[in-house]
Design a protein around this ligand. Structure first.
Ligand SMILES: Nc1ncnc2c1ncn2[C@@H]1O[C@H](COP(=O)(O)OP(=O)(O)OP(=O)(O)O)[C@@H](O)[C@H]1O
Ligand SMILES: [Mg+2]
Length: 428
């Protein structure tokens, strides 16, 4: 008996979903690249009333074509056919019907982006579509779900740009420790797991002002491609009870993000030793933070980084192992780190500048001090031209003068205290 092939075209209905998925799976060939438009996008478009046509014979769904309109252009999101209905004109009919609707809606140009060998491509070629060779398709996935994006904005957080890690100049010792202990286990959790290494959930960075603690925290978020949220205790709320409650609320919201790096700068403000009378926020807040950390640690894909200039003033309970995985010193830059930081801030024509002399002259300088002195030197050369009409780029002498005019952040006392702190508190 000859099979009766009375099929017809109609609009897509929600009830078609199961069969659409089945036909779609069937029409994909083994080893075929991933489709550009994924199931959820295609279905969402069809549900939103974008043109979507199915071919049916009785209750059986034979094929589907879906498009999405953007002004005068439409993209064909999907053309899929059940295996046994190929080469029988169903594909071309679906496309013709889709085109008719698109035309009625004012579309002038129809594009399709398909894996090379896919079923729909024959139907497209038969329907007069021209293959544009030589185009390459690029794709980048935004890790942040839309729901997270709103939540993140509410928390004042954001995604940082890629490459912040690479612009950290020098500081090789700190970079090595932070990369190995923090970044890599979080970036490669399965590998870490195989060696019984549990990725860190909370760490403290301590060291003199301006040595790069905040920059490191941001660089870690950038490396992990996680959203960065900075908590400013002073901005949370007024009053002790209010502050503790506000802290709780922030942590509850953070728990909903898929991944997050939470940064608390100057953490001594809210976690100072409870024995000393506090001026700012009271002990209730320290207690609250201590209580919140274990809950924070329970989730995967999150990291708390606390930074402080004064690790010795932190509450001892705060520092106890179990809360923070590592307590990492971020120290003053040594000579080679200073050389790297100077070359970074000097900008392009650096051959006229004797960096070794600048390095030697900036011994007690932090990266922040070097940044400031470099700007001062460049400013002097700029003013020389603007004011005195003397055209000469900033040279060694300009920078040495700038160094002499810059008060270094570090003092002998600060460095010996830092060395003591490393002795007493560092855990790496
Ligand atoms: N390794 C580095 N290479 C280049 N610039 C750096 C480096 N470290 C810090 N800087 C620059 O120095 C400045 C101060 O750095 P940052 O704010 O990270 O220091 P900090 O330790 O957090 O300071 P504070 O204790 O005052 O909060 C920033 O402008 C930063 O860009
Ligand atoms: Mg800082």
């Amino acid at each position: 008996m000859v099979e009766v092939s009375t099929w017809r075209l109609r609009d897509y209905h929600d009830d078609d979903l199961d069969q659409v998925i089945q036909v779609w799976d069937e029409s994909r060939q083994a080893g075929e690249p991933h489709p550009v438009f994924v199931v959820s996008e295609v279905i969402a478009a069809a549900r939103e009333g974008q043109p979507a046509v199915v071919a049916v014979a009785g209750d059986e769904l034979l094929g589907i074509a879906v498009a999405q309109i953007q002004a005068e252009r439409a993209w064909v999101l999907l053309v899929a056919l059940a295996a046994r209905w190929r080469n029988r004109g169903v594909g071309s009919a679906l496309i013709a019907e889709l085109e008719r609707r698109l035309r009625d809606l004012g579309v002038r140009r129809i594009s399709a982006l398909l894996p090379e060998t896919v079923t729909g491509s024959t139907a497209l070629e038969n329907s007069g579509y021209r293959l544009q060779s030589g185009l390459t398709y690029y794709e980048k996935t935004e890790h942040l779900a839309a729901a997270d994006a709103g939540l993140l904005a509410g928390l004042g957080g954001r995604m940082l740009s890629a490459g912040l890690w690479d612009v950290m100049a020098g500081m090789e010792r700190e970079k090595r420790i932070i990369e190995r202990r923090i970044v890599l286990p979080l970036a490669e959790p399965e590998l870490a797991n195989r060696y019984g290494v549990s990725p860190p959930k909370a760490v403290i960075l301590f060291g003199p002002p301006g040595t790069g603690k905040t920059s490191f925290a941001k660089a870690v978020a950038s490396r992990l491609d996680w959203p960065f949220v900075e908590l400013f205790p002073s901005r949370l709320a007024v009053g002790d009870a209010g502050l503790a409650a506000a802290l709780r609320e922030v942590f509850a919201e953070l728990a909903e993000l898929e991944s997050v790096l939470l940064f608390i700068d100057e953490v001594e403000e809210i976690a100072a030793a409870r024995t000393v009378p506090m001026t700012g926020p009271g002990h209730g807040v320290t207690n609250e933070l201590l209580k919140l950390i274990p809950g924070f640690r329970e989730h995967d894909d999150r990291l708390l980084i606390c930074a402080t200039n004064s690790v010795r003033s932190l509450d001892q309970a705060f520092l106890r192992p179990g809360r923070f995985d590592y307590v990492i010193p971020v120290g003053p830059p040594d000579a080679s780190a200073r050389a790297a930081i100077w070359s970074r801030y000097l900008g392009p024509p650096t051959d006229a500048v004797d960096i070794a002399r600048l390095v030697a002259a900036s011994e007690m300088f932090t990266p922040a001090d070097i940044e400031f002195a470099a700007r001062k030197g460049a400013q002097a050369a700029f003013e020389r031209e603007v004011v005195h009409r003397e055209r000469r780029p900033a040279g060694t002498a300009d920078y040495l003068t700038a160094i002499a005019d810059t008060r270094p952040t570090l003092t002998g006392q600060a460095i010996s205290e830092f060395d003591e702190d490393i002795e007493n508190y560092a855990r790496i």
